[in-house]
Ligand binder design. Structure first.
Ligand code: UD1
Ligand code: UDP
Length: 370
């Protein structure tokens, strides 16, 4: 696996190529890039696949989180799964052949993650997967397919939790598994201290803390089926809460196409553009409850101790439900409606996601391995 090491000239830089493509990837890569830059021996190369491309879904995170400008932008944009993954592979292969990296790092579970891992593995370039071992055990989620395949293609598996380690072992992956904690927790702990100075969103939207619920929806399974989306929006409306709803572009397209604001009479809703990271954390922190189908938002709700209602049948972040700070409503949304209104988590919480030093741990291991 680490053939490259033998071949490496003594003073040659070690090229670490980091693949990012979607909003959560940019957030996750932030502490890793910062850490990589501390070692002159490493040469980080950032490849943005262009899966997400609107300024509010991409550029804003590079600016706010001070991530260096990507060395490559593959400009892939939207498409069906095969098209998006395939196009990413075609373009990413060219970059790998040109750069000949010593390691390809992929994060999370989006199509860019799988495309990056598949190209690198076939070129015999070692692959490190950050956020390895997560499983929802729901193969109807495209992310679950991406997770399983990426893990089985990877040479180094960086897990955020003990459960993730166990999941990999259960699938017969035995070597090079490291429980380093959650990179998103690193970012969260660092940035949450600055939200008062960095975000004025509460004032801007004229909100009062704990007098609104925060909603995010973007899973294809919730959004692409008009009946499902209507059912969710109507159920959320009937909670009677004021709903602040930063709308993902996938969801925006459907809401506009189906004229749902009108047909579902979403009178309690305030729809806003996708937010930057600081504004999002600020809205999460001050929410009475969070209603979401996001992976990352479920964890942030947990860390902020905000009751979370997850619009899914399954979650890969099982720790949050085990602790009863997060409930899954999925297909049962109407039946569980009462539950949504009266959901009160216990006060106690266990720590599951590391100590906020995942990036340091990852780099230490990469240094030994490459
Ligand atoms: C993707 C990931 C999902 C992740 C989410 C994070 C896959 C299979 N899905 O879902 O796991 O949770 O990102 O937000 O990789 N669009 C824009 N502007 C943008 C980005 C997207 O208009 O900047 C539109 C596209 O036109 C497309 C739709 O949103 O029609 C979906 O984008 P896509 O990246 O395919 O999937 P997401 O739903 O964003
Ligand atoms: N996020 C954000 N602005 C938004 C919505 C989400 O900054 O308008 C952040 C959120 O705080 C979390 C991450 O994006 O850190 C989650 O990404 P997303 O929900 O798009 O994807 P998922 O985690 O479901 O893959």
């Amino acid at each position: 696996m680490y053939e490259n090491k033998k071949n490496m000239a003594k003073n040659k830089k070690i090229k670490i190529l980091c693949v990012v493509g979607a909003r959560p990837n940019f957030i996750k890569i932030t502490p890793l890039i910062k850490e990589l830059k501390k070692y002159p021996k490493f040469q980080p190369i950032i490849v943005h696949t262009g899966q997400h491309y609107d300024y509010k879904m991409s550029g804003t995170f590079f600016k706010e989180l001070d991530i260096p400008k990507p060395n490559y932008n593959l400009g892939i944009k939207a498409g069906l799964h095969g098209e998006q993954t395939g196009k990413t592979m075609i373009e990413f292969e060219k970059v790998c052949l040109k750069e000949k990296p010593d390691l390809v790092v992929v994060v999370g579970d989006v199509n860019s993650t799988l495309a990056g891992a598949l190209v690198a593995a076939k070129l015999h370039i070692p692959v490190a997967h950050i956020e390895a071992g997560l499983r929802s055990f729901d193969k109807t989620m495209p992310e679950e397919i991406n997770r399983v395949l990426t893990d089985h293609l990877s040479d180094i598996l960086f897990c955020p939790t003990k459960t993730a380690v166990k999941n990999l072992k259960n699938e017969g992956i035995k070597k090079n598994i490291y429980n380093v904690g959650d990179l998103m927790y690193d970012v969260f702990l660092k940035k949450i201290k600055f939200i008062q100075t960095e975000s004025k969103i509460i004032e801007k939207l004229n909100l009062k803390p704990k007098e609104y619920a925060l909603l995010t929806i973007h899973r294809a399974s919730n959004v692409d089926n008009p009946e499902k989306l209507k059912k969710i929006l109507k159920a959320v409306q009937s909670t009677g809460e004021k709903i602040i709803f930063p709308v993902h572009p996938r969801t925006k397209k459907q809401i506009e196409k189906l004229k749902l604001l009108h047909t579902c009479q979403l009178t309690n809703f305030q729809l806003i553009e996708p937010l930057g990271y600081f504004d999002m954390l600020m809205l999460e922190k001050n929410a009475k409850k969070i209603i979401t189908d996001s992976g990352g938002v479920q964890k942030e709700a947990y860390w902020l101790k905000i009751p979370c209602i997850t619009l899914r049948n399954k979650t890969e972040w099982v720790e949050t439900t085990k602790n009863k700070w997060n409930i899954l409503v999925g297909d049962q949304i109407q039946k569980k409606f009462n539950f949504i209104n009266h959901f009160k988590p216990p006060t106690k919480q266990l720590k599951y996601f590391g100590q906020g030093n995942a990036a340091q741990k990852i780099l230490k291991i990469i240094k030994q391995k490459i």
